[in-house]
Design a protein around this ligand. Structure first.
Ligand code: PRX
Length: 660
């Protein structure tokens, strides 16, 4: 226990005097001899081997999985379409469960879950196996079969993981929708995937209050003709309506379900899941991942990037609704028979030490979180982590956006107590698993750099013409296929090709990120170069927010930009032109913000709405976002020569200045 106002001095308290020194030195952090000695990978030899024969390297990694049938061909690459481990058969749930319950992992903790109110549950591998089998049978009894889509809209409770694995077991394709998304966003995703079944809960806990998920579901599925049934997990016990014939209680179905369900023998290229991410057009993209390649990527990276050992307690703080949760809560760690911690709620409930208390309580050894969270912890102050016992930690991770060196050092010093390597892991929903990251027993770390591509991965920085930049900034691209790469956008192969492979001749994958490479070959990620914002590490497209704004009857036109924000990385700024007769005031501003929340969810709430009588446009009618960004961030105006009506920006700037 560790109340922050505890009188007696904690023996674990660290000194913060050296923080500034660490920052000033611009140091390189080499693995300590002790860490290197125990690490899975101790030498750079693995990079050379993988480079010499990438296919052989990936075959070796794929062999860490259990296959019902070995593949015939490792890769068929017809850009942009890749097939990996062609002809191989396997099952993801078998790999995460069945092969562990026959040995000493049978009674090992698979999931340690803590609910926000303080309740907790531990499921051993055998417990998880049993639940997954039963749910798989329950889904079959609802006529769900291989290839059908199942939407999962749950709080972070063990059932979220159980549902994913149960889908994988019978070959159903899951699409997890983050519980913070609104009814509208849920509806769009269900309809795009034509899901037949939806699994939700009566609610979940967030910052002390119940989030009424089922109410959002009832609202959404009025317009989801493909949904036949809704399975409802009883989490809060709060009253809510069940529609007879359609809605079924999870626990009642489970009570009737048989204990064993034969895992479906899936082709390596059979779909495992669809996960929606923001696209520059405003319509979310259903990123598709298949079984063999994805499982190979996540199994490999979980073991080697996090240097995972059987005794580790692994905590990735993401929600399962994001790809980080898919890959590093569910599939990667469980395929490696790890013990995984999951926590339902927010880091400040009931107090700002909740994360540190969880680390102390369960003896977490590997902690993986996002820079936006780290910056928030910095703001809250060191007194919260200082009075908790964090000595169990041995490795830290960061994901979701660039981590600024100051936050890196703070994390290293205050949380890692100068002992734990930090793996800054760059990847995307599309890449399926981590691609650019240190290997902690080998890499010398530079705060703020994700270091270098992992073995088997070829990443480059190129200029507008696609020519490689060996030192300097440009676009980040991937020049070789990798097993866990997306196989497409659900139902839209053309958009897949256009979005990722069109910029440089069809073979090169464009990440949408800017990056610079230094003289040592280190990659420094610079954020998005397209119209995607990274708000608290979440992808939100400017178009998505714009279309939700213009959907409101009072709005004539809207332009959305990401504005620099100390904690969130980017915040959302919206420039709005109202229809004739509408008066811009605080009430309208709040109404519009709420409208965006209603359409997308709280993560998309604009921080600021700026009303303007016109938007700056080029003569061809394109909104000049760059100028708006300048205005929103209070910078001197860039080039305005292509502007149709230069007075618009000046007027905006004046007005924005006044409002500030
Ligand atoms: O811009 C990069 C940023 O997050 C984007 C991918 O977002 P998403 O698909 O939601 O997946 C997030 C979790 C993998 C990337 O295009 N990003 C992710 N990790 C990093 C990062 N930017 C810099 N450094 C990172 N470590």
């Amino acid at each position: 226990m560790c109340p922050p106002n505890k009188k007696e001095k904690s023996p674990k308290k660290v000194s913060h005097a050296s923080f500034a020194a660490l920052l000033e030195e611009n140091r390189i952090f080499k693995p300590t001899p002790a860490f290197r000695a125990q690490a899975h990978i101790k030498s750079e030899e693995i990079y050379r081997q993988a480079n010499k024969d990438p296919l052989k390297f990936w075959e070796t990694q794929a062999k860490a999985l259990a296959w019902f049938k070995t593949w015939k061909k490792t890769l068929i690459w017809k850009p942009p379409f890749a097939q990996w481990f062609v002809g191989g058969k396997l099952n993801a749930s078998y790999n995460c469960l069945d092969r562990h319950i026959v040995g000493s992992n049978r009674n090992k903790a698979a999931l340690i879950w803590e609910g926000e109110p303080g309740d907790s549950r531990t499921l051993t591998y055998f417990d998880l196996y049993r639940e997954v089998n039963q749910l798989a049978n329950a889904m079959k009894s609802l006529r769900i079969k291989k290839g059908d889509r199942v939407a999962i809209y749950l709080p972070l409770i063990p059932e979220a993981v159980i549902c994913m694995l149960a889908c994988a077991r019978i070959g159903a394709v899951h699409t997890v929708v983050f519980g913070g998304f609104s009814a509208d966003a849920l509806k769009d995703r269900i309809n795009d995937a034509s899901a037949q079944l939806l699994i939700t809960a009566d609610g979940g806990y967030r910052r002390g209050t119940v989030v009424a998920l089922k109410a959002a579901v009832d609202d959404a599925i009025k317009q989801c003709p493909t949904i036949k049934n809704v399975i409802v997990v009883k989490r809060t016990g709060k009253d809510m309506a069940m529609q007879p014939g359609r809605d079924l209680w999870y626990h009642e179905l489970m009570a009737k379900a048989a204990a064993f369900c034969e895992p479906e023998k899936m082709d390596a290229e059979d779909l495992l899941f669809i996960l929606y991410t923001s696209g520059t057009t405003g319509k979310p993209k259903g990123i598709i991942h298949t079984t063999g390649g994805y499982m190979t990527g996540v199994t490999f990276t979980t073991k080697y990037v996090f240097d995972l050992k059987p005794e580790d307690i692994f905590w990735c703080t993401a929600d399962v609704g994001w790809v980080t949760g898919h890959s590093y809560i569910t599939y990667g760690p469980l395929a490696n028979a790890a013990t995984v911690v999951i926590y339902e709620g927010t880091p400040d409930w009931p107090k700002r030490d909740r994360f540190w208390k969880i680390i102390e309580k369960y003896g977490v050894t590997i902690f993986y979180t996002a820079p936006t969270a780290i910056r928030t912890f910095m703001k809250w102050g060191t007194q919260w982590p200082d009075q908790c016992d964090l000595t169990s930690l041995r490795l830290l991770g960061s994901v979701g956006e660039p981590i600024n060196p100051e936050a890196w050092i703070w994390y290293y010093h205050t949380i890692g107590r100068d002992r734990c390597p930090i793996v800054d892991t760059w990847w995307q929903t599309e890449t399926g698993s981590i691609l650019i990251s240190p290997l902690p027993g080998v890499s010398a770390l530079k705060p703020g750099s994700a270091t270098k591509p992992l073995p088997g991965i070829e990443a480059k920085v190129v200029n507008e013409e696609g020519r490689e930049i060996t030192v300097g900034g440009g676009y980040l691209v991937l020049t070789r296929p990798w097993p866990s790469m997306l196989r497409g956008i659900y139902g839209d192969p053309e958009r897949f090709q256009k979005t990722y492979f069109a910029k440089w001749g069809g073979q090169i994958y464009f990440t949408g990120d800017g990056a610079k490479k230094d003289k040592d070959g280190y990659f420094w990620l610079l954020g998005r170069v397209d119209d995607i914002m990274l708000v608290a590490g979440h992808n939100i497209s400017t178009m998505e927010v714009e279309s939700s704004l213009v959907d409101h009857p009072a709005v004539a036109e809207a332009a959305v930009v990401g504005i620099a924000d100390e904690i969130k990385g980017q915040a959302i700024g919206a420039f709005v032109t109202l229809k004739e007769g509408q008066k811009p005031d605080k009430t309208v501003e709040e109404v519009l913000k709420d409208h965006v929340v209603h359409k997308i969810g709280p993560i998309a709430r604009p921080q600021k709405i700026i009303f303007t009588h016109d938007l700056p446009k080029t003569r061809s009618g394109k909104i000049m976002r760059r100028l708006l960004r300048d205005v929103a961030e209070g910078r001197a105006l860039g080039d305005v020569t292509t502007l149709a009506d230069a007075s618009v920006v000046e007027a905006l700037k004046e007005k924005y200045g006044e409002e500030e």
